[in-house]
Design a protein around this ligand. Structure first.
Ligand code: SF4
Length: 451
């Protein structure tokens, strides 16, 4: 017989994660900031290389064209006729939001990363992770949870984290690392939204810029000269409930993202495109959740899960042992995936009245987490649909992999695959052939000699 835990007033948020994997469960803490620019206009990427632009591509690493035998990575289409989805994601039965935007920088590079199975982590990337971690820890605590007893437990955990995130939004006006999932077409897609707030992102960014400048100045004064990993500086606005929660009927949720950078300059529009699409994907998935149009039955069929079976006792015991704001009584009444989904659905309805089209990305320094700037963005259903059509054609094997356009050849200069990239080498070869054909057509004029 189980004891019943008294209902607790909502105070803080915890994110839980399976103890055997790096995905946490989140419990919220208390609620809790760049000069605006013009919104980014999105356009469909062009794939062709104009002859007038080939020289700059040839200039990139042309000094060291490798022998074909040194190629260590080859196109899957050359050796494996399966689609990228069948080859790399069929076991997971799902794509992540990252999977749907990683081709924007360079599809060829993304394919090589998939072939290799991992992306080499640089010290800068590790530092970026620390900044995100610090931001997360301002609003919630990560707690490891064992979900190895039953497959359904892992879904219970996912939904518990959704519930916690939405509850944090409802009570504190802010949530970070909010899990979202749903079907886009027939493909199951999941992701984690960096930040959702009731304050439009540019307003938050302005406040962050103001308070972060003060924090950064204070931290710089204390910093030891030459220190390699200075303390991460987050603005005061990130830790206090500066804006409050609007009254019911006026709670429009806004999505935003945080990126870290080595340099203190804002990226170019082309570099922002992936983040813009990423936010649109989160926007659509969260909208489906809010409108109640996520087909959970279809997801359960896909993953062969029993939505009505009870979670394991150990999972329920772990949930009940947390100061999460959900009583044991409520947990036992919703002791299944369908039950937990009912809680999530209700929380989604109660926590927001709509989702705003305005989004944006804050840029922080990889060195110390201080604010660099803010880029306002906007949700655009047409741009998202156009991107989804193109990227799904690739995942479904309906078109081949493409590398960067000539105008983006500068990306190859910092690419770890540049020496063996088949796309780049084929473009270099085409360029060389073009030059020799031109020479044959217009041979150098012989100078006449007067004797
Ligand atoms: S070398 Fe250039 S085209 Fe090839 S993978 Fe890298 S960025 Fe893409």
């Amino acid at each position: 017989m189980r004891a019943t835990m008294a209902m607790q007033r909502w105070q803080s948020s915890t994110q839980l994660y399976p103890s055997a994997s790096p995905c946490p469960l989140l419990l919220p803490r208390t609620a809790h900031a760049l000069s605006p620019r013009s919104p980014i206009a999105l356009k469909t990427q062009t794939r062709s290389i104009s002859s007038a632009q080939k020289q700059s591509l040839a200039a990139v690493g042309a000094a060291a064209t490798p022998e074909p035998s040194s190629l260590s990575l080859s196109s899957p289409s050359a050796e494996d006729t399966r689609s990228p989805y069948d080859r790399f994601r069929s076991r997971r039965k799902a794509l992540s939001v990252t999977d749907l935007v990683s081709n924007i920088w360079c599809e060829q590079q993304f394919e090589y990363t998939l072939l290799r199975g991992f992306k080499r982590k640089t010290p800068q990337m590790r530092r970026g992770t620390q900044v995100h971690k610090a931001l997360e820890e301002q609003v919630q605590t990560a707690v490891p949870v064992d979900v190895s007893s039953k497959r359904e437990d892992a879904w219970g955990l996912k939904m518990f984290n959704m519930y916690q995130g939405l509850a944090s939004l409802k009570h504190n006006g802010l949530t970070r690392e909010l899990p979202v999932f749903g079907f886009l077409g027939n493909t199951f897609v999941q992701g984690i939204v960096d930040e959702v707030s009731f304050v439009p992102p540019h307003t938050r960014a302005e406040e962050r810029r103001r308070t972060a400048a003060t924090a950064a100045t204070a931290a710089a004064a204390e910093r030891v000269a030459g220190e390699e990993d200075p303390e991460i500086v987050l603005g005061e606005e990130d830790t206090t409930d500066a804006f409050g929660v609007p009254p019911m009927g006026e709670r429009i949720a806004y999505l935003s993202d945080t990126k870290t950078r080595v340099s203190r300059s804002l990226p170019s529009s082309s570099q922002v495109r992936a983040t813009a699409i990423q936010l649109m994907l989160y926007h659509r998935l969260l909208s489906h959740m809010h409108l109640g149009t996520v087909d959970l039955g279809k997801a359960l069929d896909l993953f062969k899960l029993d939505g009505g079976v009870e979670f394991s006792d150990s999972f329920i015991a772990q949930m009940a042992g947390l100061d999460s704001g959900i009583s044991l009584e409520t947990l036992l009444e919703h002791n299944s995936i369908w039950g937990m989904w009912e809680l999530v659905r209700r929380q989604a309805e109660e926590s927001m009245d709509g989702i705003g089209a305005e989004t944006g990305v804050s840029y922080r320094s990889q060195a110390d987490g201080s604010m660099i700037g803010f880029m306002p963005l906007k949700h655009d259903d047409k741009a998202l649909d156009a991107h989804l059509v193109e990227v799904m054609k690739w995942w479904n094997g309906e078109r081949s992999t493409v590398g960067v356009d000539i105008e983006d050849a500068w990306k190859c200069g910092s690419c770890e695959f540049q020496d063996t990239c088949e796309w780049r080498l084929s473009k270099l070869q085409l360029d060389l052939q073009g030059r020799s054909a031109k020479k044959r057509k217009f041979p150098a004029r012989k100078r006449s000699v007067v004797v």
